[in-house]
Design a binder for this molecule. Structure first.
Ligand code: PGA
Length: 247
């Protein structure tokens, strides 16, 4: 089964109500490759505006979601609330949340399970630091992150994996296509060995980290790169060129 390319915008903590609406309108007006699934993740406060502005073919993602039903959890958002607002996706396990907010592999896995069990598709992020890469530990680090996820999750059909080397995020230092492909292929092999042939064949694996309209075409040609999670460049009109990288 061919995997449908997915390109997701991670706005992080950027933008204003006006700029988010402009980005959404720009996407509505662009000729987007119909073979690509597009997902936009604005800051939480702009999720509703993004959903109201974007045409229905473009999905909206939260940048976080909690692993409990509605209740006394100040500051959190539930999967049920996302569903209620027609927000069908969440990004979980981003390295900024792991390092700055202290989310552990276990927290991320628990949130991923709760979200997917409650109808939210998840872009689950993993990736190594520069220190870990230089120590030759990249594949080991990612296998450990995947193993923590596997402990919680049995249905992988609502999970998209984003490989985001931490040293490439926001640095302008993109992984080479060989570096990215090597890790993507190893994730696919891990899925085959530890989950199932079907999960290995069908799970989309995105690359993230300094993706731009200039480097996306080359990366997209690699066999195991099924799309991108885009930070900085997703705030610019050139995001359309990244969505259309295979056109
Ligand atoms: P970047 O961010 O494209 O700005 O490097 C990617 C990400 O953190 O998802």
């Amino acid at each position: 089964m061919a995997r449908k390319t997915l390109v997701a915008a991670n706005h992080k903590m950027n933008g204003t109500l006006q700029s988010v609406k402009e980005i959404c309108q720009n996407l509505n007006n662009a000729q987007l490759d119909p073979n690509v699934e597009t997902v936009v993740a604005p800051p939480a406060i702009y999720l509703l505006a993004a959903r109201e502005t974007l045409k229905k073919e473009i999905a909206v993602a939260a940048q976080n979601v909690f692993d409990k039903p509605n209740g006394a959890f100040t500051g959190e958002t539930s999967a049920h609330q996302l569903k209620d607002a027609s927000v069908d996706w969440a990004i979980l396990g981003h390295s900024e949340r792991r390092t700055i907010l202290g989310e552990t592999d276990e927290t991320v896995a628990s949130k991923t399970k709760y979200a997917t069990d409650n109808g939210i598709s998840v872009i689950w992020c993993c990736g190594e630091s520069l220190e870990q890469r230089e120590a030759g530990k990249t594949l080991e680090v990612i296998a450990a992150q995947l193993a923590a996820l596997k402990k919680e999750v049995s249905d992988w059909s609502k999970i998209v994996i984003a490989y985001e080397p931490i040293w490439a995020i926001g640095t302008g230092k993109v992984a080479t296509k060989e570096q990215a492909q090597e890790v993507h292929a190893s994730i696919r092999k891990w899925l085959k060995d530890n989950v199932s042939q079907q999960a290995s064949d069908e799970t989309r694996i995105l690359y993230g980290g300094s993706v731009s309209e200039k480097n996306c075409k080359e990366l997209a040609q690699e066999a195991d790169i099924d799309g991108f999670l885009v930070g900085g460049a997703s705030l610019k009109p050139a995001f359309v060129d990244i969505i259309n990288c295979k056109k």
